[in-house]
Design a protein around this ligand. Structure first.
Ligand SMILES: Cc1cc2nc3c(=O)[nH]c(=O)nc-3n(C[C@H](O)[C@H](O)[C@H](O)COP(=O)(O)OP(=O)(O)OC[C@H]3O[C@@H](n4cnc5c(N)ncnc54)[C@H](O)[C@@H]3O)c2cc1C
Length: 476
């Protein structure tokens, strides 16, 4: 460890000799400091410790929130967190490779092999089935609570040992290390923590989310725009006895998606205007459940009436039921199960935005996950992109250690940026265009997109290519 910490510090031979007899303030010095205990940060910590090549790196992870409760997380079967993600087969594969998947509470996950997506204005529809993927990947994706993944990663890290987890502690300032005696750490990032500690890092990882303090420290710009849309989430109790399917209907205000959870539950992600999001969160459970059912069934005109001119509080359910009774409904198999109950306290909303950092690395700094890019949730890609970053950065660091390189040097980090930047850029652009395409509510574009969707639905080869890319099976 002594040698590793000192190997790339600017020293000459006499200095090095003196250094070997001078104790480095090792407690506060790390090969890698990760800021952020979300899935990206914990994933990188677990990946580095799971490899014999990188396991000896001295690692600290700093997180502002309490990670203890995530580690001991023991929820009841009758409740699900409202923060849920759909993990692609590639992400599941990574979690398996680093030994975290064994710690996932499997009984709380829900793989699905059928996804129905349709245009709320024209009814044009596309269906994705896993038959199109290889037998190796029996599911399109697996729905998992984010807490379940954090819980698994924390337990895997605990099992592997060697990561100093400093939680309930914020990074309040980032500067550079000092020249202490014979040693010059002035190019190493130094973090000041809210508990008064200072940490010096050979490599600082920003896994600290969309408002990344690490990114601000490096002065890397992050560009993009706000969507003026909120993602309303909730845990739904649904009618049982229906096949396991993921449903998404594109409305002009944004898509409404119902993703399956086990035991007759589902999770809702309803992208809509900030004003409607506020209404959806404030209304009674019964009205909200009725409006979610209507969101998958009624016409845009009916829905707009219900949102705007509006049925009054308490009348929404009645109005929805009456309107549904007079319109010609799609066949039952083309519609999601009905919502019968809303889990208490599960409604929340998140403002949606698209951002992409100008670069992912600087000398002794790397950004991963939402710190590097944030996207609209309509394709369920955000965290999957973050996990793909983790895998790529981990491979770059493994290669650097194998070749005796300094893990903080830009040369060690460049392969990561090279591999991930363009890939993420294409995904962010495609999702952004999809959002814009489906925000159009009239005119020839609506006809063209519906025609396009139906044509693609008939072309199995094209659908397979598309699915392989979205499932992360193309790039790796
Ligand atoms: C409605 C919605 C639905 C989504 N659905 C999906 C989906 O189906 N599939 C998918 O792949 N993605 C989905 N996403 C995106 C996904 O949730 C995010 O991409 C993912 O959670 C980001 O993980 P992260 O670890 O990069 O960042 P975060 O989860 O944001 O973690 C960052 C961590 O850094 C910590 N931190 C920040 N600043 C400091 C500081 N100064 N000091 C210490 N700690 C700090 C924070 O406390 C936080 O824990 C969805 C997003 C939304 C909003």
């Amino acid at each position: 460890m002594y040698r590793r910490i000192t190997s790339t510090v600017k020293v000459n031979v006499p200095r090095l000799r003196r250094l070997l007899s001078t104790p480095v303030p090792r407690d506060d010095m790390y090969d890698v400091v990760i800021v952020g205990g979300g899935v990206a940060g914990l994933g990188l910590g677990a990946a580095l410790k799971s490899s014999p090549v990188t396991s000896r790196l001295r690692i600290a992870l700093v997180e502002g929130m309490d990670l203890g409760s995530s580690k001991t997380w023991g929820p009841t079967k009758e409740s699900y967190s409202n923060r849920v993600v759909s993990l692609t087969p590639a992400s599941v594969k990574l979690l398996k490779e680093i030994g975290a998947w064994d710690h996932i509470k499997q009984e709380r996950t829900q793989p699905f092999d059928d996804m129905q997506v349709w245009d709320g204005l024209t009814g044009a529809r596309i269906e994705f089935k896993t038959g199109a993927l290889s037998q190796q990947y029996p599911s399109i994706a697996t729905i998992v609570e984010t807490l379940n993944i954090q819980h698994a990663l924390l337990n895997r890290i605990d099992e592997l040992g060697g990561v100093d987890i400093i939680d309930k502690t914020k990074v309040v300032k980032i500067g550079h290390g000092e020249e202490t005696g014979d040693l010059d750490f002035s190019t190493w990032p130094q973090l000041e923590l809210s508990n008064g500690r200072k940490l010096t890092a050979r490599l600082l990882i920003g896994a600290d989310g969309a408002n990344s303090p690490v990114r601000s420290f490096t002065k890397i710009e992050s560009r993009g725009w706000d969507y003026d849309r909120h993602g309303v989430v909730a845990t739904l109790k649904i009618e049982t006895g229906r096949p396991v399917v993921a449903w998404q209907r594109f409305l002009p205000t944004g898509p409404i998606a119902m993703l399956p959870l086990p035991n007759g539950y589902a999770t809702l992600v309803w992208t809509t205007t900030p004003a409607l999001a506020a209404k959806l969160k404030a209304m009674s459970h019964a009205d909200f459940a009725a409006l979610v059912n209507a969101g998958f069934r009624l016409s845009d005109v009916d829905l707009r009436y219900l949102y705007e001119a509006g049925a009054k509080e308490g009348e929404v359910k009645e109005q929805c039921e009456w309107r549904e009774s007079v319109v010609k409904a799609d066949k039952r198999e083309f519609l999601p199960p009905r919502v019968v109950e809303i889990q208490e306290g599960s409604r929340a909303s998140f403002p949606l935005k698209m951002r992409h950092a100008d670069s992912y690395c600087d000398e002794r700094i790397a950004l991963v996950g939402d710190a590097a890019h944030t996207t609209h949730p309509l394709a369920g890609q955000g965290l999957n992109q973050g996990l793909a970053d983790v895998q790529s950065l981990f491979k770059s660091l493994e290669s650097a250690v194998t070749h005796g390189q300094d893990v903080g040097s830009i040369h060690a980090l460049e392969p990561y940026a090279h591999e991930r930047y363009f890939e993420n850029h294409v995904t962010l652009g495609a999702i952004d265009k999809l959002h814009k395409l489906y925000s159009v509510s009239s005119g020839p574009l609506v006809t063209a997109r519906s025609w396009g969707l139906e044509v693609v639905n008939e072309l199995d080869g094209l659908k397979t290519l598309f699915m392989k890319r979205v499932c992360g099976l193309e790039r790796r």
